[in-house]
Design a protein around this ligand. Structure first.
Ligand SMILES: NC(=O)c1ccc[n+]([C@@H]2O[C@H](COP(=O)([O-])OP(=O)(O)OC[C@H]3O[C@@H](n4cnc5c(N)ncnc54)[C@H](OP(=O)(O)O)[C@@H]3O)[C@@H](O)[C@H]2O)c1
Length: 266
């Protein structure tokens, strides 16, 4: 799909909504509408209103993007339903299933559900999307463009996969931030001045991520490349890679996130 992104109605312009909006604007966005109670929508070729009641009745968006917290979903979907007729609804709300969305928005032209992640704020997110059966290529292409404006995208035909996706990439940035926190604390425990420990941990996590992104090699190869036999990295990795350490911990963490995502689904 080329040219401007067709008119969008963005419902909820918090962290994720504003990250997507910034990406669409950079990609070229037709005049669109944003519902933004906090009044913090970035300026651009769109009109921001604080409340759905202020939306022009004759506005016909090509896509309605639902980016409110799941707890606000019922209220928001009820209010926005008249603008979803014929439109492609793209929900990024955690735990709201395609069946739940279709029940709330029976007149929508198509419904697609996606799980992005916070690096979307710098165009480096990754999303996984799933469409209800029968969604045509044009509508899928529009969703692809909307989600790729925030980073990369994978489609799946299996909605159940969105639970482990949530636990791996949706929540994943938090695991990496925790790694930076713990590396800083461990450095300070070895006598580094706190400010230096923080700087080393932060730059190491950010730099290693950038190196991984820039490289064609997989993570295991990059790890092996910095591990000399009987060296310092090998000594530290022997602790981390013990079967009871990171391999088990991460499996349990992702399993806990997946289980929680399933429990929250409605
Ligand atoms: N953040 C993530 O890492 C992440 C990742 C994947 C998916 N998601 C999904 O993205 C959605 C948004 O998350 P977020 O982190 O961006 O939350 P957020 O920062 O709280 O943003 C939600 C925004 O929606 C507004 N809002 C509330 N009720 C509304 C309504 N009826 N109509 C229009 N706007 C309304 C809120 O305004 P007020 O603050 O004034 O209520 C807020 O500005 C969630 O469903 C979440 O599951 C988030």
């Amino acid at each position: 799909m080329t040219g401007l992104i067709p008119p969008i109605l963005l419902v909820g312009c918090g962290r994720m909504g504003s990250a997507l909006l910034a990406g669409w604007q950079a990609d070229g966005l037709s005049p669109s509408m944003v519902i933004d109670p906090a009044g913090t929508a970035p300026p651009g070729p769109h009109h921001a209103v604080a409340d759905i009641s202020a939306l022009p009745e004759d506005f016909r968006p090509a896509a309605v993007v639902l980016a409110v917290k799941p707890q606000r979903a019922d209220q928001a979907m009820q209010a926005v339903a008249p603008w979803t007729r014929e439109a492609t609804v793209l929900s990024i709300m955690a735990g709201r299933t395609l069946v739940n969305l279709r029940t709330a928005l029976p007149d929508a032209g198509a419904i697609v559900r996606a799980m992005p992640n916070t690096p979307a704020a710098i165009g480096r997110g990754i999303s996984v999307a799933v469409a209800e059966p029968g969604v045509d290529a044009t509508r899928r292409a529009l969703c692809t463009r909307l989600l790729q404006a925030a980073g990369s995208l994978a489609w799946t035909e299996d909605e159940a996969l969105l639970d482990p996706v949530t636990a791996v990439s949706g929540s994943g940035p938090a695991y990496v931030f925790l790694l930076a926190e713990l590396l800083e604390q461990a450095g300070a425990a070895q006598g580094l001045p706190p400010a230096l420990a923080r700087r080393l941990a932060r730059e190491t996590v950010a730099g290693a991520g950038a190196l991984l992104a820039a490289s064609d090699e997989d993570a295991a190869s990059l790890r092996r490349a910095v591990t000399s036999p009987a060296g310092t990295t090998e000594a530290a990795l022997a602790v981390l890679m013990d079967e009871a350490a990171w391999p088990d911990l991460l499996r349990r963490a992702v399993a806990a996130g997946t289980t929680r995502s399933r429990a929250l689904a409605s």
